[in-house]
Design a protein around this ligand. Sequence first.
Ligand SMILES: CC(C)(COP(=O)([O-])OP(=O)([O-])OC[C@H]1O[C@@H](n2cnc3c(N)ncnc32)[C@H](O)[C@@H]1OP(=O)([O-])[O-])[C@@H](O)C(=O)NCCC(=O)NCCSC(=O)C[C@@](C)(O)CC(=O)[O-]
Length: 369
Amino acid sequence: MFSRHVSGSLRRCSGRFPSSRAYASVTSTNPNRVDIVEVGPRDGLQNEKTVIPPEVKVDLINRLGRAGMDIVEAGSFVSPKWVPQMAGTADVISQMERLHGHRYPVLVPNTKGLELLLDLLAKHPASPSTPAPTDEIAMFSAATDAFTKANTNCTIAESLARLEPVARKALDNGLRVRGYVSVVITCPYTGKVDSAKVKEVARALLDMGCYEVSLGDTVGTGNPTSVRAMLETVMGGSAGLPAAKLAGHFHDTFGTAVANVMTALDMGIRTIDAAVGGLGGCPYSPGATGNVATEDVMYALQGSKYSYPGDLNAMVDIGAWISDVLGRQNASRAGKAILAKKTRERKFKELEPKRERDGGNAETIAAKL
Ligand SMILES: CC(C)(COP(=O)([O-])OP(=O)([O-])OC[C@H]1O[C@@H](n2cnc3c(N)ncnc32)[C@H](O)[C@@H]1OP(=O)([O-])[O-])[C@@H](O)C(=O)NCCC(=O)NCCSC(=O)C[C@@](C)(O)CC(=O)[O-]
């Protein structure tokens, strides 16, 4: 089967959710700079049917970094009994290229996961030439008990109680902490989700010291109307959460993920999670498809007021490469269209000598391609 820049200063957060170690998410002072958290190597690969060899994961992360993706979620320290695809993250993050100014968050579900990570970091300290494997964890809860139980074997309240000491210890060890709330629109087990619950869980994660909470439409049923309504609840009212502390994480099950990204940006959110080639899915969200494709987000933002990291053409090539390696369809619409255009242009160029020889008409030949 396996055949084959941007860095900016981190701003300390202030205001409603003070934490001496917390950081604002936006790495640029440009108010229209969109941070893309490339989640392909983690969210993308965790749902593959076969376990991906560490060298493929390392290759993917290295390619993404070289393509200018400056925040790459590199893996997770979860139970291998629950998500075998993420076993070997320690090897991956100690072997991957660590580029200065880039961030490589890893998912941690409990104290055990954090301890495994801290042991690894002790063995691979930063040096003047090489940054530490990571300086950031991501913790996750959800907006329904049913999903939290399926994903982490506990209720929401138990998960928050479990995560609180993880956040404290991570912050004490100089790590940034990001949070996730899953199933912010629909739960695969209980249906429509109450946005007030999303707000409550996101607030709890921010209060623990998360510098940002990513709101996950895990099932991918959201559309601009439901996403807007959810964000209005989360961000609205006197106790509304600030857009600067939120990120959007949209799966593309119903083909609305790019529209949902644009809705989130419209509402002031400036951090978007995306996966190259539209990889991914959550093992505990049956029927959901991959994340919004990074290439599709980049393409949608072209010519807009928004700037973003990374090189679209390089990402298109990586999307094609990893889809090929995994033997799966490339789920990026923009990626496939750009590749098809590149193929047409290459063929057109290859036919140039023949065209000249035959006195052929360039437009006629181009039309045949
Ligand atoms: C939370 C637990 C561990 C509870 O699982 P549990 O079975 O209740 O935990 P446990 O403490 O009884 O441990 C069971 C076994 O796992 C081991 N163990 C325990 N913890 C770890 C660890 N950290 N690393 C390595 N091993 C661990 C532990 O040592 C023990 O091993 P044994 O004694 O049987 O040999 C489990 O449910 C789990 O790992 N869940 C993770 C599920 C997951 O990764 N889901 C995908 C990520 S979330 C997501 O994708 C959504 C998101 C973020 O993308 C946003 C969105 O789209 O919504």
